[in-house]
Design a binder for this molecule. Structure first.
Ligand code: SAM
Length: 229
């Protein structure tokens, strides 16, 4: 899984919504001269690493990093020795991260819209982490496709960490409307194959000082279920 690039892995015919999404995010990352001014940028991953500790996973476990952006979580996980599938719909964001992390650790780079089915040959993972990606999906069919990807990608006994804008948070981010999540809705959509381990509302402080309440929820996939991939 060393530095594999799965660029342009869109299955089926080209899709206008996906292209619009990719262009939107490519434009944001192209014009971001200073990552730390992006409203969601995190250079301190400790809130996510706290949940990683709860899972008791350790290297060489493999993590799927959904919509990784340019925050420093990928750097921290690679340095610690985790295997990563680093995903983003934006090739520009992936290129920034790739240049920054260099040849450090074991990473596969996957430019792909998570509202579309993931490639069949993707390895299953021990942990799926999504901070601030799912909440951009608005159409029911896209949300369903995202959750099918998530459910199929995690091994039995593996984990999912979701961190999305809570129902109390702003209705927009990055110029886009959001689908904000209550714990009830998140649990229902994550599905019965998973049990909730821990959750909290976490107040993220934006670079400008404003607060954004995120719902953090950690789930474990039941072991008695057969993997469907
Ligand atoms: C608000 S940023 C969060 C970035 C990162 N997760 C973090 O915590 O800093 C949203 C990220 O998700 C990516 N993204 C948006 N929609 C996506 C989709 N449908 N599939 C994959 N990535 C997506 C964007 O390109 C962007 O990098």
């Amino acid at each position: 899984m060393n530095n594999l690039i799965c660029a342009g892995t869109t299955l089926g015919k080209p899709d206008r919504i996906m292209d619009t999404r990719r262009l939107h995010w490519d434009r944001i990352f192209t014009h971001a001269t200073d990552d730390s001014r992006l409203g969601w940028y995190e250079k301190d991953s400790s809130q996510t690493l706290k949940y990683l500790e709860m899972t008791r996973l350790s290297p060489p476990a493999t993590v799927f990093l959904a919509g990784a952006g340019t925050s420093t979580l990928a750097d921290d996980l690679l340095t610690a020795g985790y295997g990563l599938i680093v995903n983003d719909v934006s090739g520009v964001a992936l290129a920034v991260l790739r240049d920054r992390t260099g040849s450090r650790g074991r990473a596969a780079w996957l430019e792909h819209d998570l509202a579309r089915p993931l490639p069949d040959d993707l390895p299953i993972v021990d942990l799926w982490i999504d901070r601030a990606v799912l909440h951009f999906l608005l159409e029911e069919t896209e949300i369903d496709a995202y959750f099918a990807n998530m459910q199929n990608s995690v091994r039995p006994g593996g984990y999912v960490l979701q961190a999305q804008f809570s129902t109390q948070a702003a209705a927009k981010c990055a110029g886009l409307d959001l689908h904000r999540y209550s714990l009830d809705e998140l649990c229902r959509r994550v599905g019965e194959q998973f049990s909730l381990i821990h959750h909290e509302t976490y107040q993220y402080t934006m670079p400008g000082g404003d607060l954004r309440p995120y719902l953090y929820a950690l789930f474990k996939k039941r072991t008695e279920l057969k993997d469907v991939r």
